[in-house]
Each structure stands twice: as structure tokens, then as C-alpha cells.
Design a protein around this ligand. Structure first.
Ligand SMILES: [Zn+2]
Length: 303
């Protein structure tokens, strides 16, 4: 009997001393991927915006709020994208440590947004207006799509590693080794992008995309991004005429469409300029794979 009791006590002790996993919250799926690459088995990741939602028009889901309430670390992307919904999350978790993972990122200004006052009848625009009003209160709006450039992703990954090391020094070695491996992969992607874009002639460097998710990629590799979307909305016929003109002038061969956004305008544009439609997910968990797809499409289209 004593023996059984001592076995039970030992079993309980083992259970009690098993390290609980860290719970780390991030805004978007690509950041979840970065955390997972670096933390490995040591963290569970809570993604606040589901992969198929438009982060610009986002409402927190109850199950995400519940998961966030247990998070010990919140890695904010520092873009201000989370301003509208951040108070709701903070309301359910007073103890969460907040770290900005964009230190060292060279920011770009976002595309100028008009207030959606005249479209208040649409529920969507209500949310949109809300996001942008918040952003406007704090001065100029930043382009939040930093993860879509390998060079910026390297900076972000290094910040994620520092945040994890600070919270959980016991596993510092694991985090640093994982960072090294991951950064190497991103550097390879950087080299690939640099070489692929260098090979493009000047007049083949323009691409069209519905939502402007690739501004950093364009800046860092000498490409030019043209968005179909106008201030978060479908373009008007007049805007479409302008787009057709620009696209023809730059001999655009590829139009990117994204699952979170409307395809209609992009499809009619691509028909008119006889460009190929390529589906790309700017918010995919596996953003490395999407970037590979992007660069293949750009290189193919320019042939
Ligand atoms: Zn966006």
C-alpha cells in the first residue's frame, strides 16, 4: 500500500513539475509561423486574426479571446493594425507581456485612405472606418505588410527570438539555434529574390495586385506594385480605365488575386490586358512558400 502511495506521489510530482508550454499570441498567421520556427515545441501560438479574414475589417472571435486570456506573451507587429481590436484582447488578459516585434524594421507609409463616411450603410465599411479612425488619431498610417519581404522577415524573426529568450531563458540555446536555421533560409530567399529581380528588364518590374500587400517586397527588390483596390474598395470604372492604361504601359503580365479580397475587378482587368491571374495568399501561415510562388510568377510573366 505504501508503495502504491509513493508511486502516486511521484506521478503527481512529475505532473506538477512538467513545464507548462508558453502561450504566445500574434496578430497574423505569418507571425505564428515565425514563432513556431523559433520556439519549436516550447510554445503554443494563438493567432488573433484567422488566416482567411481581412485584418483591416476584423472583429475578435469569442474562442480567440478565450485563448488569448491564457497567453503569457503578446507579440504585436507594431504597425498599428491591432489598434482597433487590441483593447478587447487586453480586457481579457491583464498580465500578458507585450513586445513589439518590428524594432529595426524600416517602415513605409501605407496607401492614403479616405474615410468611409459616405458608405456607412455597409456594415463592412463601419469596421473599416473604425480601424482607420484609430490609425488617423495616431498620425500617419504605416503599411503593415512587413513579413512579405524576406529582409524584413529576418528582422522580425530576430525580435521574436529575443522576446522568447527574455521570457524563457532556460531554452535560450534552442531559440538561438532555431533562429540561425530560419534566418539562413530567409537569407537564401533574399538571394533568390535579388537574383531573380536583377534578371528582369526595367520595363518588366511592375506587378498588379488587388490589395497592396507587397509594398516592402517591391521596395526591397526594385519592383513596382500597383493595387487594384482603391481605398479598401473595388475600383470605380474610371479607376479601372486608368489601371488598364498603366498596365499596358508597363506591359504587366501578371495580376495577383488574394483569397481575403474580391477577385472581380482583378479578373476583368487581367482579361482586358491579357495578363495571367495568379492566386497568392499574403496572409498564409507558410509565407515562405507564397513568396516563392510570387517570385516564380514574376519571373515567368516576364518571359
Ligand atoms: Zn492588408
Amino acid at each position: 500500500m505504501m508503495r502504491l502511495i509513493s508511486i502516486l506521489i511521484l506521478a503527481c510530482a512529475a505532473f506538477l513539475f512538467a513545464e507548462p508550454k508558453l502561450s504566445v499570441a500574434v496578430t497574423l498567421a505569418p507571425y505564428a509561423k515565425i514563432v513556431q520556427e523559433i520556439a519549436g515545441e516550447n510554445a503554443d501560438v494563438v493567432t488573433l486574426v484567422p488566416p482567411n479574414a481581412n485584418p483591416h475589417l476584423f472583429e475578435p472571435k469569442p474562442n480567440t479571446l478565450r485563448a488569448f486570456s491564457k497567453a503569457s506573451l503578446y507579440l504585436s507587429d507594431g504597425s498599428g493594425l491591432d489598434k482597433a481590436w487590441r483593447p478587447r484582447f487586453m480586457g481579457v488578459n491583464k498580465n500578458v507581456r507585450i513586445v513589439d516585434i518590428s524594432q529595426g524594421v524600416s517602415w513605409m507609409k501605407g496607401e492614403a485612405h479616405e474615410h468611409a463616411h459616405h458608405d456607412a450603410h455597409e456594415e463592412e465599411h463601419h469596421a473599416h472606418k473604425h480601424v482607420h479612425e484609430h490609425a488617423h488619431e495616431h498620425g500617419e498610417e504605416l503599411d503593415p505588410h512587413i513579413w512579405n519581404s524576406p529582409r524584413m522577415a529576418i528582422v522580425i524573426a530576430s525580435n521574436v527570438c529575443s522576446a522568447l529568450v527574455e521570457l524563457d531563458a532556460v531554452h535560450a540555446g534552442v531559440y538561438r539555434t532555431n533562429l540561425e536555421k530560419f534566418s539562413k533560409r530567409l537569407s537564401d530567399l533574399d538571394v533568390k529574390f535579388t537574383e531573380a529581380t536583377k534578371a528582369l528588364s526595367e520595363d518588366r518590374r511592375t506587378f498588379i495586385v488587388f490589395h497592396p500587400s507587397y509594398g516592402y517586397l517591391a521596395r526591397d527588390y526594385g519592383l513596382k506594385q500597383i493595387a487594384v483596390e482603391m481605398h479598401g474598395k473595388e475600383p470605380k470604372p474610371r479607376d479601372m480605365q486608368k489601371l488598364v492604361h498603366i498596365a499596358k504601359e508597363h506591359q504587366v503580365k501578371t495580376v495577383f488575386v488574394q483569397p481575403q479580397f474580391s477577385r472581380r475587378a482583378a479578373e476583368s482587368l487581367s482579361r482586358e490586358i491579357q495578363a495571367k491571374i495568379v492566386s497568392i495568399d499574403p496572409l498564409a501561415f507558410d509565407f515562405e512558400q507564397e513568396l516563392q510562388k510570387f517570385i516564380s510568377a514574376i519571373s515567368e510573366g516576364s518571359k
